[in-house]
Design a protein around this ligand. Structure first.
Ligand code: ASP
Length: 443
């Protein structure tokens, strides 16, 4: 019996001590959070304290993200060196991330159009739309309106140092890419600065190792606070909507990614999921792909994928590839039109899918960002302003729970695409990847 259990745990990636801690922290957080939700008055101080612990954990990981992204890109591109190879990696990355996102959007649309979870829920949506949420929502909607052109312009930093200071990921990556390409063209003179970034990268990875010591308490605190705000009873009220989104995520995670790995590479699926399990658990706990990035890089690199590929593909993926978010946004938008009885023609559905692809990839890898960018898609769908605000407020109320799941999906797909590209380019050490025993020593 003992042996059996052990085999099952190893199979799902839980044979490793730290994974166990994080996994148990998540379960305990769900149970305790739900208990607090049912008895809120007795636990106000505890929730306050846990919130501080959870936020401290997220902030401390976020602290290393910007130095890590900059150094990873500089070191990665200069180690690739040859601009033809950079172009090849870049093309593959766009193709694989593209395939995964288009599939996510199609799966989301097929599920929500097939099962129609929005029909009959209009009354519930109006009731849940709390006034205070509506105010936040109105400003979010106003901010996003008609902003596609600006979104593209904002990707180009006017002042890279200002973007660094503000933590704007996309402009930072844009500058880091161009800067690294230039470094790779200027020969020997680039050496001191590349060495500098190599040291920064090594130090930030070391800090990530230290941070992981606090992963279990940090994630326990985050999960407890999140669940205490909505309670598990939320699932019965939004059961059909949630079921559709959940099934969509499962299709991506258990069917699409394994198929992509199988068709385009020889990476063993189960082993690979085991290799990245810490990153997936942290993604679930923090609901932030950006904050998870140091760990995603650590899992992939220390388990056999070359630094060249990880440092180029993962930071871009954590910022631009949001297929879980895209699936969720597609379901949300069509769900709301169903709830308010707006009929969509096929052209409108395709329009929604295209807008979602843009909206999701411009969304930051932080908690709740996917919901704000949805406003971009919701505008102009024939809903009245009142309906827009109410519908958006409804989504706001249930967002955190779905966010934890979609972030896990986002992070998994970043890692899957990285593995496929690494396989195609002979940049995987299969002896290390397949040697799951060695994983115990990592982090
Ligand atoms: N929280 C998600 C992420 O970090 C983004 C979203 O809100 O969809 O990947």
């Amino acid at each position: 019996m003992k042996l059996h259990l052990q085999t099952i745990f190893v199979a799902v990636g839980l044979g490793i001590k730290r994974n166990w801690h994080i996994f148990i922290a998540i379960i305990a957080g769900i149970i305790f959070g739900n208990f607090i939700h049912d008895n809120p008055d007795n636990f106000k101080k505890i929730v306050y304290l846990l919130n501080i612990v959870g936020q401290a954990f997220i902030r401390i990981i976020q602290m290393v993200v910007i130095p890590l992204v900059c150094s990873a890109i500089v070191v990665g591109i200069s180690s690739i060196g040859d601009s033809k190879q950079i172009g090849k990696f870049g093309k593959k990355m766009i193709i694989y991330y593209g395939i995964i996102t288009v599939l996510a959007v199609v799966i989301g649309a097929a599920l929500v159009l097939g099962f129609k979870p929005g029909i009959g829920v209009q009354e519930f949506i109006s009731q849940t739309a709390a006034l205070e949420i509506q105010n936040n929502v109105s400003s979010a909607l106003a901010e996003q309106k008609g902003n596609i052109g600006n979104i593209f312009l904002n990707m180009i930093p006017q002042n890279p140092l200002e973007s660094l200071a503000k933590g704007e990921m996309v402009p930072i990556i844009f500058f880091a890419l161009i800067f690294s390409l230039a470094l790779s063209k200027v020969g020997e003179i680039s050496r001191p600065i590349v060495s500098f970034f190599e040291s920064v990268f090594a130090a930030t990875m070391k800090i990530t190792d230290w941070i992981m010591i606090f992963a279990a308490p940090g994630i326990f605190a985050l999960t407890t606070v999140a669940v205490s705000s909505f309670g598990l009873s939320i699932f019965s009220t939004i059961s059909k909507f949630f079921a559709i989104v959940f099934v969509g995520f499962c299709i991506q995670f258990f069917i699409v990614y394994p198929l992509i790995l199988k068709i385009f590479s020889k990476v063993p699926i189960g082993t690979f999921y085991t290799a990245i399990i810490e990153a997936l658990l942290v993604a679930f706990g923090t609901a932030s792909s950006s904050a998870t990035l140091p760990l995603t890089i650590a899992c992939c690199e220390k388990r056999g994928i070359s630094h060249k590929v990880c440092s180029f593909v993962l930071p871009l993926g954590a910022t631009l590839n949001m297929d879980g978010t895209a699936l969720f946004q597609t379901v949300c938008v069509i769900f709301l039109t169903q709830a308010y009885g707006v009929t969509l023609d096929p052209i409108q559905i395709i329009q929604i899918m295209l807008l979602v692809i843009i909206a999701s990839s411009t969304c930051a890898g932080i908690p709740g960002a996917g919901l704000i960018t949805i406003a971009l898609v919701l505008n102009g769908l024939g809903l009245t302003p009142q309906q827009l605000v109410e519908g958006f407020a409804f989504l706001f109320a249930i967002d955190r729970v779905v966010d934890m799941l979609r972030t896990t999906v986002n992070v998994a797909s970043d890692a899957v695409v990285t593995a496929v590209i690494a396989d195609n380019e002979n940049e995987i050490d299969y002896d290390l990847l397949n040697n799951t025993d060695q994983y115990k020593e990592i982090i």
